[in-house]
Write a protein that binds this ligand. Structure first.
Ligand SMILES: *Cc1c(COP(=O)(O)O)cnc(C)c1O
Length: 381
């Protein structure tokens, strides 16, 4: 089985060389746009590609605004700051995520609270969220408090694992009932839709990442999708040192940060974005090939949830148990076909072990069984 799988993957990618988990594809205008920035000398914080990239992103996702930033983690942190998250508050998220989600919360002086994931989406379970709120929280003047600690709960951050959208309708409803701000960690799900609407546009903010391993890359980079133009303008102001427009004076009106994406990176991003529709199509074809291969085997291929169209950023399978997972990982990696387990759950890291957790049943079950498969955009017909 292991051998037929690695052989199958080698056939998909048409190579006997090492096969990484995910590498970028540069088959469009990348060199020409990047060269333009060098020729013009506008490689840094000023330049037309940043505006063009932001406009192309908001129109692709049908968002009111998009603000390009230096990376996804910074984008998420800026979004949470704009949502009002501050010291000693609580932000509800999922334990099955990349550590950046929690670090963004931590550096605002707030603390993550972990609820379980759904076995249908691998992302935040709306029932686990609702049961945590019903059991431990109360509303006072439309402000949500965690009763045992007396801390304010400000926001909810679901993450669309491997590009599979969470159950957004229900999450939006729970957040509305509890007066909590929804901020999506959509770092992995650019191009994925839920009921035809792009992930990252359901919450007040949605953070994207363009790190080298994501579906499109700017080298390093990210963006924040905003529900309103006003939020877009405020977030842009905050991520660009909060400088007031003036012909020559330097006046800044809030404690801000410098998280602006350089023009050089935006040029690369614009060229990548032009190919995104094609990347998603190819990745969906690849996913269909994998799904076919795993039919009738002991491994369960992770399919897109109902009502969604996933970008299949990273393909995944569920193994029977930890032992069979480890056997597969060992065989594949020794054969030069990269596979990896999912992240260790956040509530099991020493960093976040003290945080409040609510029912980690699915999280812990999947953490022992998930394996990611090579998922670079293939050159399929
Ligand atoms: C990649 C990623 C991020 C962070 O993005 P960077 O651009 O690397 O800072 C955040 N959350 C999740 C779930 C990610 O996969």
């Amino acid at each position: 089985m292991h051998n037929s799988l690695t052989t199958f993957i080698r056939e998909l990618y048409g190579t006997q060389d090492f096969i990484p988990l995910h590498q970028p594809t540069f088959s469009g205008n990348e060199k020409s746009y990047v060269n333009n920035t060098i020729d013009s000398t506008f490689v840094s914080s000023v330049g037309a590609y940043v505006d063009e990239f932001e406009n192309a992103l908001s129109s692709y996702c049908d968002a009111a605004a998009a603000v390009a930033v230096v990376n996804g983690t910074n984008g998420l942190q800026a979004a949470l700051h704009m949502a009002g998250v501050t010291r000693d508050e609580l932000v509800i998220t999922q334990s099955m995520t990349f550590v950046a989600t929690c670090n963004a919360i931590h550096w605002l002086g707030a603390e993550p609270v972990f609820v379980d994931i759904s076995d249908k989406t691998l992302g935040m379970c709306p029932f686990s969220l609702a049961s945590f709120l019903d059991e431990y929280c109360e509303l006072s003047n439309n402000i949500c408090f965690h009763k045992p600690s007396g801390k304010r709960v400000r926001a909810v951050v679901p993450m669309h694992t491997f590009g599979h959208p969470v159950e957004l309708s229900r999450l939006v409803e729970v957040c509305r009932n509890w007066h909590l701000t929804l901020v999506e960690d959509a770092a992995e799900s650019l191009g994925s839709t839920y009921k035809g609407q792009h992930t990252g546009t359901f919450g007040r903010f949605g953070a994207l990442s363009f790190n080298g391993n994501k579906i499109i890359t700017t080298g390093g980079g990210g963006a924040v999708l905003c529900k309103t133009k006003e939020d877009g303008a405020k977030l842009k102001h905050f991520t660009t040192t909060a400088k007031l427009p003036h012909a020559f004076e330097f006046i800044h009106d809030e404690y801000a940060c410098n998280a602006r994406m350089p023009n050089l990176n935006a040029a690369l991003g614009l060229a990548q974005l032009e190919q995104l529709t094609n990347f998603v199509d190819k990745k969906r074809q690849l996913a269909a090939c994998y799904a076919d291969f795993f039919k009738g085997t002991a491994f369960k291929f992770v399919q897109e949830p109902q009502n969604t169209r996933a970008n299949y950023w990273l393909n995944a399978i569920v193994c029977e148990n930890k032992r069979s997972r480890d056997d597969l990982l060992k065989y594949a990696n020794e054969s030069g076909v990269m596979m990896r387990p999912v992240w260790k759950p956040m509530h099991q890291l020493s960093l976040y072990r003290h945080c409040i957790v609510h029912d980690m049943r699915n999280t812990e079950w999947f953490a022992e069984r998930l394996v990611n498969l090579p998922s670079s955009v293939p050159s399929l017909k």
